[in-house]
Design a protein. Structure first.
Length: 357
């Protein structure tokens, strides 16, 4: 599908839905767009997810979408793996239907503009306790704080409704002209959403650990935002479900039933607009998941995985909509990125408990 301003980073084994490719072509035809890149996790949405788009003289808020600042934060919990008790933690987490059930104060001086600080939301957002599975580059893993025998917490969430409010105010199919008052106002609110989305992940991590009776001083290891707009020397770089290669190591999870990959980006990633995948990418629409796998699981088996991890979630429909089968093979996504020389895998992390809600 490659053409001068629209390329797809993938290999023959990595399946990508034609509807997503068609959407990507549509984005490439927008006025001012000079290059569009589809990454291996590309899948259709209101706009394609898993893409990077470079434009000049104007940018498009709807390409970033309604969850500005959505990203992944990996924390060290300080908990030794030998002290971890699966049944105890699962039981404690099952007492919470949603994270909003746990009271939370705003620890920052500014008034919080997002809804329900300290929550993750629904959809594909999650909080997952993980441990180190395999290290491929020991020195780099140590430098990043990925230590054997220690529990980590990966949180995927965004700006919790704040981004939707911003998009509602600034949505325009024609985009916003560079330098216009609307563009400058959008950028200020956009940056605020990114700031608070990151803060929300920190607050959520501390709140979860406090609920579990664990020391609250979590240590951030990796932070990556995948829905945002970046001003570059070449123009306006939109990322929708894609992570910058210019900010160090990245974390690329699959589904709740697969490993998470920690990778270092290549020095030269210009072919992909300095972007890599943010995850595995959906294979099935949420609306069809339950009908396809309803007979495969009962109420208990849907809450465990082939990696022997547990899932805490009180919304049965969400459990099916986010089942491992609904996602593409993360190993093939990683292989595609490696084939293009975009990443080197440092380590993999294995899920222990995934919390959703």
């Amino acid at each position: 599908m490659e053409r001068e301003n629209c390329i797809l980073i993938s290999n023959g084994k990595n399946w990508i839905e034609q509807a997503a490719i068609d959407q990507l072509h549509g984005v490439a035809n927008l006025p001012g767009v000079v290059k569009t890149v589809g990454l291996p996790d590309l899948h259709p949405g209101k706009t394609p997810v898993g893409m990077a788009v470079l434009s000049r003289e104007r940018f498009y808020p709807h390409l970033i979408g309604n969850d500005i600042g959505c990203g992944m934060s990996l924390f060290s919990t300080g908990v030794k793996q030998k002290k971890f008790r699966m049944d105890k933690w699962e039981s404690r987490l099952n007492q919470v239907r949603e994270l909003s059930d746990i009271p939370c104060d705003n620890p920052y001086e500014e008034v919080c503009p997002i809804r329900d600080l300290g929550t993750i939301g629904t959809g594909n957002h999650f909080a997952e306790f993980q441990c180190l599975e395999h290290v491929y580059r020991e020195e780099e893993a140590n430098r990043l704080g990925l230590l054997h025998g220690r529990l980590m917490l990966l949180i995927h969430s965004g700006s919790r409704g704040y981004g939707q409010e911003i998009l509602n105010r600034y949505y325009s199919p024609e985009g916003l002209a560079e330098g216009s008052k609307e563009a400058e106002d959008y950028l200020k609110e956009h940056d605020s959403a990114i700031l608070w989305a990151g803060r929300n992940r920190i607050v959520t991590a501390k709140k979860l650990l406090a609920w579990l009776g664990v020391e609250r001083d979590v240590t951030p290891l990796l932070e990556s935002c995948h829905n945002y707009l970046e001003r570059t020397e070449d123009g306006w770089l939109h990322r929708k479900g894609s992570v910058s290669t210019k900010q160090g190591a990245v974390v690329i999870p699959g589904s709740r039933g697969s490993l998470t990959y920690v990778c270092v980006p290549a020095a030269d990633s210009s072919v992909s607009l300095d972007s890599v995948s943010h995850g595995a990418g959906r294979k099935w629409a949420r609306s069809i998941c339950r009908s396809r796998i309803d007979q495969k699981y009962d109420r208990d088996s849907i809450r465990s995985t082939k990696l022997k991890s547990r899932v805490v979630c009180h919304d049965t429909n969400l459990l099916f909509a986010e089942a491992p089968e609904a996602y593409k093979n993360v190993e093939q996504v990683i292989a595609s990125l490696e084939d293009y020389g975009l990443i080197t895998v440092v380590a993999t992390l294995r899920p222990l408990i995934t919390f959703k809600g």
